[in-house]
Design a protein around this ligand. Structure first.
Ligand code: GLU
Length: 297
């Protein structure tokens, strides 16, 4: 059997928050349980969104929790040539086309159109030729209905829940997440992608790219999101949600691990625990696909 390989893929756009820590804990437990390897990949593809000091703090927070890795950190910002090569293959196969629509134009054209799980479908305006040849084009991948797949936790995700041509390279020349993540996961030998379930609707797009590039997709496990008390996806406006906030409030890594493990159904109560103790009892069975809320520090 192939070696189990997975990855942490943080974007250095802010602090590591509780939702990231919960997903990283599942990643660590799953990989260690399978005697597999973890790659650390910093997703710094979009320079304007990168925050000074974020990468260092994210790496420190992983280390504080004991969530180690075996390879990396690798940086997407140094891997542009690989994305170029993949794009050239998609171009040669006729799977992409230049698109000069602005976001506003796409929105206006699709305002009353049916929406998929991640928004409206691109209406195909530039499929034959760019609508505004004088503009710098983005590059879109041709996709009608996105393929279905079976998530290791959420179960079947039907074909066609997302669809439409999507951007693989932006008009400013930056590569889009969808292409970079597929090239990286493939080249880094990832056999299972573990990430937050806000990215579920990206998965059919990525599987379509694997197929177009002639690569076998990995399996996918999407961990439910952590919500703020108001039921919205956890974010800065919910106050202290960063791992560092808990540390500064005097929490030990064991206490935070216990709280996270309890939220994953791995402990009957949020009592302090260690990674080796969790590893012994780890199973995906008690994990519910429902989102959770967690206590403030
Ligand atoms: N970089 C993304 C994030 O931090 C994760 C992407 C992925 O796991 O595929 O949300």
């Amino acid at each position: 059997m192939a070696e189990y390989r997975t990855r942490y893929a943080p974007s250095p756009t802010g602090a590591m928050h509780l939702g990231h820590a919960r997903t990283a804990l599942v990643t660590w437990l799953r990989a260690r349980r399978e005697a597999g390897r973890i790659v650390m990949r910093i997703e710094d593809l979009d320079p304007p969104r990168v925050r000074e000091g974020s990468e260092e703090s994210i790496l420190r927070d992983h280390a504080w929790l004991g969530l180690d890795w075996d390879e990396g950190p690798f940086h997407q910002s140094t891997r542009t040539a690989r994305y170029e090569a993949a794009l050239a293959r998609l171009e040669a196969a006729g799977r992409v086309f230049p698109c000069t629509c602005t976001r506003k134009e796409v929105q206006a054209a699709t305002a009353s159109a049916p929406h998929g799980d991640d928004g409206p479908r691109y209406p195909g305006t530039c499929r034959e030729r760019p609508s505004h040849p004088e503009r710098d084009p983005a590059i879109r991948f041709r996709m009608d209905d996105g393929p279905g797949f079976v998530d290791a936790l959420a179960g079947p995700y039907e074909a066609g829940r997302v669809g439409g041509d999507f951007i693989v390279r932006r008009s400013d020349g930056l590569f889009a997440y969808q292409l970079a993540v597929v090239v990286d996961d493939h080249e880094m030998g990832v056999t299972e992608v573990i990430r937050g379930d806000d990215l579920l609707p990206s998965t059919p797009r990525q599987i379509a790219l694997y197929e177009a590039l002639g690569w076998t997709p990995p399996s996918f496990l999407h961990v439910p999101l952590v919500l703020g008390e108001d039921g919205e996806r956890l974010a800065k406006r919910h106050g202290s949600v960063a791992v560092a906030d808990y540390r500064e409030a005097g929490w030990s890594p064991e206490r935070l691990l216990g709280t996270l493990a309890h939220s994953l159904g791995l402990l009957p109560a949020p009592t302090p625990t260690t990674l080796p103790a969790l590893l012994e009892r780890f199973s995906l069975d008690p994990l519910s696909p429902a989102p959770v809320t967690l206590p403030a520090p």
